[in-house]
Design a protein around this ligand. Structure first.
Ligand SMILES: *[C@@H]1O[C@H](CO)[C@@H](O)[C@H](O)[C@H]1NC(C)=O
Length: 203
């Protein structure tokens, strides 16, 4: 972790930014910046796409972010894939993290643009098992925004998340100990109207 942070602090998008984002914006911050990913997920109907946190999230984040330390830690595993037309390498930096419900955690992916051109990518994600998706809350995520990588550039991409403590009250979550977060990167470009569009549109 220390090493990851050291690497990460070299980047412009510092950990401090994300920490400040947490304090200043809490969950509300993430809402405004997800239209593209939402568009993609709605169009594709992929299972397991996390939905918005409940309304009361913004009104009282402090009670929601109390880690339920009596509850066994959940194992969060990470996977990734890249669209065929995107010449990026994109992999999780850690195999897994273990968190109590309500405990925040920071995970990183690494992306490298292997092409000689600058490229914009957008990431979508899914959660397995799919019924956990409503409880998988992201405070900050590289998937909320487009990512522009210069030719040959490598960046560390953070995702700051927690499992909603309400998870433990849902009988449908009984027996779930492992949750997988899977990101897929697509190539994107601006069309003539100035909208960011994935290439090609995912089926
Ligand atoms: C991740 O999601 C993509 C797109 O839905 C899929 O092609 C890929 O197989 C998934 N990977 C894993 C490990 O589930």
């Amino acid at each position: 972790m220390a090493q990851m942070r050291a690497q990460y602090s070299k980047k412009n998008r510092t950990l401090l930014n994300y920490t400040l984002s947490l304090i200043v914006g809490t969950v509300a911050l993430s809402y405004g910046s997800v239209p593209l990913y939402k568009t993609i997920c709605q169009q594709t109907g992929w299972g397991g796409q996390p939905v918005k946190a409940h309304q009361y999230a913004a009104s009282d984040p402090s009670t929601r972010l109390t880690p339920l330390t009596d509850y066994p830690r959940l194992r969060i595993t990470f996977s990734s894939s890249v669209s065929d037309v995107l010449p990026w390498k994109f992999t999780p930096q850690q195999r897994e993290v273990r968190v109590h419900p309500g405990e925040t955690a920071l995970a990183f992916y690494t992306a490298t643009n292997r092409s000689p051109d600058d490229i914009i990518g957008v990431a979508t994600y899914s959660v397995t098992p799919a019924q956990v998706a409503p409880y998988f809350s992201k405070i900050q995520c590289f998937c909320f925004e487009e990512q522009r990588l210069a030719a040959g550039e490598t960046v560390d991409m953070p995702v700051f998340f927690y499992i909603d403590p309400e998870f433990v009250k849902d009988v449908n979550m009984k027996g779930i100990e492992t949750i997988t977060l899977n990101y897929t990167f697509f190539k994107a470009k601006y069309d003539r109207a100035g909208h960011l569009t994935p290439i090609p549109m995912p089926m």
